[in-house]
Ligand binder design. Structure first.
Ligand code: ZN
Length: 286
């Protein structure tokens, strides 16, 4: 397992972590400048942030700073009516930015995110997701852009993702890419999977070919908001180094991406100070 205590060369910042500080959007290009100034070598931006900054301007700024991507957020939502179109755009943007993978939050019961689920058939939603990934995989292969299925914590099964365990995600991978070609894999986010009794076993099953991204933050007790109360690494109950050990033991050697949504705490602070804390905790708690 790599020693992170001496530097932060393997730190990536998911740019949602500092997207809106003290009520004001922090523009993506300024976030990139602030990361570069701190020697942060990678980021994972969100589509809306890139759209606001401009795709070409984002690509230029990344190149100028020598900042890599650890992933692009996000595609998926396969049960939405406009999923196919949105996902093709996301793929092309990921290619333009040189992302190593497009992260997929796969969606769940149609309409549920808006509070009006159209049906209660989660098995049908899962079948639709399976078919959606199969179709997108063809397009992704043509572009050479790997797809990373991110299993989400079961508390999001109704509205955001009906793939809720690493085992489920890997079953889809094995069905659609039995050759383990590298075109389809998973994003392991400790926030979503830390509780899973099969986690160690399924990380080993994933192996190097399937482990495309590793996301970190912490699980706070109590958790005050289902979506936007993620903790800074070291402030909660997730044994992050243990999980990182399993992931690296399976062959993962990429970035450790900090992804924190925090309305009440980290989004209320100065963005630069948040980045400084991410660096410190990457070294001490990841
Ligand atoms: Zn994540």
């Amino acid at each position: 397992m790599r020693d992170f205590s001496g530097d932060h060369r393997w730190l990536s910042i998911n740019t949602a972590t500092v997207r809106r500080q003290r009520g004001q959007d922090w523009p993506l290009l300024q976030i990139l400048d602030a990361c570069a100034a701190r020697g942060i070598r990678a980021v994972a931006p969100w589509r809306d942030q890139v759209a606001a900054a401009g795709l070409q301007a984002t690509a230029r700024t990344l190149r100028a700073h020598g900042i890599a991507l650890s992933g692009y957020c996000r595609g998926g939502m396969f049960t939405d009516a406009d999923a196919a179109e949105q996902n093709l755009r996301a793929l092309d943007e990921a290619c333009a930015l040189g992302a190593p993978c497009l992260v997929l939050v796969v969606g769940a019961l149609p309409g549920a995110l808006a509070g009006r689920a159209q049906h209660k058939d989660i098995a049908a939603a899962r079948a639709g997701v399976h078919d959606g990934i199969a179709a997108l995989l063809e397009q992704a292969r043509q572009r050479g852009m790997p797809l990373a299925i991110e299993p989400l914590h079961p508390m999001y099964a109704a509205d955001r993702a009906c793939i809720n365990t690493l085992e489920q995600a890997l079953d889809v991978c094995d069905a659609l890419d039995p050759a383990r070609s590298g075109a389809l894999g998973v994003a392991v986010d400790v926030y979503h999977v830390w509780w899973d009794p099969k986690l160690q076993q399924q990380i080993a099953r994933a192996g190097r070919e399937r482990l495309l991204a590793f996301h970190v933050c912490d699980w706070l007790t109590p958790t005050r908001d289902l979506l936007n109360d993620r903790g800074m690494m070291g402030d909660g109950v997730i044994d992050i180094p243990r999980i990182r050990g399993w992931v690296e033991g399976a062959g993962y050697a990429g970035f450790s991406e900090v992804e924190i949504f925090s309305t009440q705490d980290w989004w209320q602070r100065d963005g630069g100070a948040v980045l400084d804390t991410c660096i410190a905790r990457h070294r001490s708690a990841v």
